[in-house]
Design a protein around this ligand. Structure first.
Ligand code: CO8
Length: 251
């Protein structure tokens, strides 16, 4: 993990296994992300994979292969990943290559996802005799709709970065060499805003995925009103009126 101008960069580094996500990686990545969430000097988090071939080629099949039901159930197999859900700060996936199975699911756990032109995405779990276990059956349908979710999960078809952008799985595609500069540019733009306001926006959007529209709108209204309790609302609006750049204090 490195931090750069208020941005924490987490790099999955298992090149020998195309950055496959084993339990050690899961533990480290989730714990580090939680640590960064509590670090006031860090304002956004980027997750990427080492090299230009793989973001993450899925959960580690070598680790999963010998598991039985009792071990999976009692050991809460893959449940560690749910820890990312509690992170308030924005998490950006910079997808640098294969994002397969759990790799694609990790992309969907992030708040913003951008990819290099050569990145590819798929949910090949059915070919391994299992269903997705890190959220794809739930998050894909909410992200790209039923038709594409069924297509990806039931066929395991690999899709390109361009198609992933078109279907709304990711928001931007850039040349490989522009991936980290673009990810940092986005993160720095977020880092300039008030941290509690950024967290409120993220929270409202995520809430919208879970509740009916009327409840989501009420939730947003309350959170919007609550912004007026922050000094940062005063700072932001005063700066606009004085034609100056805002300085936020996270208060
Ligand atoms: N797990 C473990 N090792 C892997 C993985 C993986 N997911 N992917 C690649 N590797 C390893 C290979 O075994 C190989 O190691 P070795 O040299 O020791 O044989 C090394 O990485 C390099 O891989 P390849 O030689 O295969 O590289 P290629 O360029 O030929 O192929 C591919 C690249 C196409 C990405 C290929 O490696 C591949 O198909 N990988 C597997 C992709 C996959 O199926 N991912 C999904 C995994 S399952 C999952 O993520 C969710 C499981 C949910 C289960 C829920 C249970 C409760």
């Amino acid at each position: 993990m490195v931090t750069l101008e208020g941005v924490g960069i987490l790099t999955v580094t298992r090149p020998e296994a195309l950055n496959a996500l084993n339990s050690e990686v899961a533990q480290q990545l989730v714990e580090t992300a939680k640590g960064l969430d509590g670090d006031r000097s860090v304002r956004a988090i980027i997750i990427t994979g080492q090299g230009s071939k793989a973001f993450a080629a899925g959960a580690d099949i070598k680790e999963l292969a010998s598991q039985n039901y009792s071990q999976a159930y009692n050991g809460r197999l893959l449940e560690t990943w749910r820890g990312l859900d509690g992170v308030r700060k924005p998490i950006l996936a910079a997808v640098n290559g294969f994002a397969l199975g759990g790799g694609c699911e990790l992309v969907m756990m992030c708040d913003i996802a951008i990819a290099s032109e050569t990145a590819t995405f798929s949910q090949p779990e059915l070919s391994l005799g299992v269903i997705p276990g890190m959220g794809a059956t739930q998050r894909l349908i909410r992200t790209v709709g039923k038709a594409k979710a069924m297509d990806m999960i039931l066929t395991g078809r690999r899709i390109t970065a361009a198609e992933a952008e078109q279907m709304g799985l990711i928001s931007r595609v850039v040349p490989q060499e522009q991936l980290m500069p673009e990810a940092l540019k986005i993160s720095r733009a977020i880092a300039k805003c008030s941290a509690p306001v950024v967290a409120k926006a993220k929270d409202c959007i995520k809430r919208g995925l879970e509740v009916p529209l009327s409840e989501g709108l009420r939730y947003e209204m309350r959170e919007f009103w609550s912004c007026f309790a922050l000094q940062d609302q005063k700072n932001g609006m005063a700066a606009f009126l004085q034609k100056q750049n805002p300085v936020f204090t996270d208060g």
